[in-house]
Design a protein around this ligand. Structure first.
Ligand SMILES: [Zn+2]
Ligand SMILES: [Zn+2]
Length: 319
């Protein structure tokens, strides 16, 4: 499972930072969270073989593999990139479905984008709110309410729990390898030598999957702490430094220090600070501030990626 940051800035793009867009790669599927202006270009840069730096990082991604897009809210810095994505997918002949999820109003926004009608045929739009879980093979995505100046959602990307097949236990029960193993692995009971064997007899306790949480734009809020509980990666709004806290009263954002407090309270394993204001050309100041409270804090850079190894280890590797 990998997170690729395509845009780490907020509100205003800079030469170093694009607008918010976070890609999650899981089992060959790509999930895009937010789609600021320029996201398509960022994807193409990632996909380019000629970019030596990215090649080293093995970042080659196929943009046509994006099957689901999740939008936190409708401020332009989070949605203005959709036009380019839809237009280009259509131009390249996409016919498989692209699902777009967002709060109430996303349907109207998508329908009114300046893209040809044909470009909409493969687009499926879903208006969702907190608790409406989107499930797929091995994962679930859970929207939750955040606190911004407009209605806004955050998203939990969670790998489903898995149970390991304990072959030694099956062998001890005398069950031969083959078809019966597959049935037990699927959690089914089997009849063997006139006895019922339950899957529980040969499966491990459930192993917790990997969990990534992306807040989008928000002030610090209890709901984030609740939904980010025990997550491996918390990607949190960190628009400001705490030294500017007096300037931010009504902007609906968070300081690096506040994001660190949230990560600590949620018992997160790592914190990635995103939506960095252009007023901090040296973002070290934000990282240092967050680390005072929460050691595993990192300021996101464009094209940075983070890998989480399989459970139960779930080691985090930043590239
Ligand atoms: Zn924003
Ligand atoms: Zn916003």
């Amino acid at each position: 499972m990998k997170v690729i940051f395509l845009g780490s800035g907020g509100s205003v793009p800079t030469k170093d930072r694009g607008l918010p867009a976070v890609l999650v790669e899981y089992l060959n599927e790509l999930f895009l969270f937010d789609c600021g202006e320029g996201t398509l270009r960022q994807i193409m840069i990632c996909s380019s073989k000629r970019n030596g730096k990215n090649k080293e990082k093995n970042e080659k991604i196929n943009f046509m593999n994006i099957n689901k897009i999740f939008i936190t809210h409708f401020h332009a810095d989070h949605i203005a990139g959709l036009t380019g994505i839809l237009n280009t997918m259509n131009f390249l002949g996409r016919n498989s479905n692209l699902e777009i999820y967002g709060g109430i109003g996303i349907r109207n926004i998508i329908k009114n984008l300046p893209v040809p009608k044909d470009a909409m045929q493969f687009v499926k739009i879903y208006e969702i709110s907190e608790g409406q879980v989107v499930e797929g093979r091995g994962y679930k995505i859970i929207p939750f309410k955040t606190q911004h100046i407009s209605e806004s959602l955050g998203f939990v990307f969670e790998e489903k729990e898995k149970r390991k097949f304990l072959k030694e236990k099956a062998l001890a029960l005398g069950i031969p390898e083959g078809k019966l193993y597959s049935e037990l692995q699927r959690g089914e009971s089997i009849n063997f030598n006139g006895k019922v064997i339950n899957a529980d007899d040969v499966l491990s306790q459930p192993i917790k999957g990997r969990k990534i949480v992306y807040t989008g734009d928000t002030t610090p809020c209890d709901n984030t702490i609740k939904f980010a509980d025990d997550c491996d990666i918390l990607i949190h709004d960190s628009t400001y430094s705490n030294i500017d806290i007096d300037k931010i009263s009504d902007h609906g954002h968070t300081t690096a220090l506040q994001a660190a407090e949230t990560a600590k309270n949620a018992n997160a394993k790592s914190l990635f600070l995103i939506h960095i204001s252009q007023r901090y050309p040296d973002s070290k100041i934000l990282e240092n501030e967050a680390r005072e409270v929460f050691k595993s804090s990192y300021v996101v850079k464009d094209f940075m990626s983070v890998q989480i190894s399989a459970p139960p280890e779930k080691k985090i590797l930043i590239m």
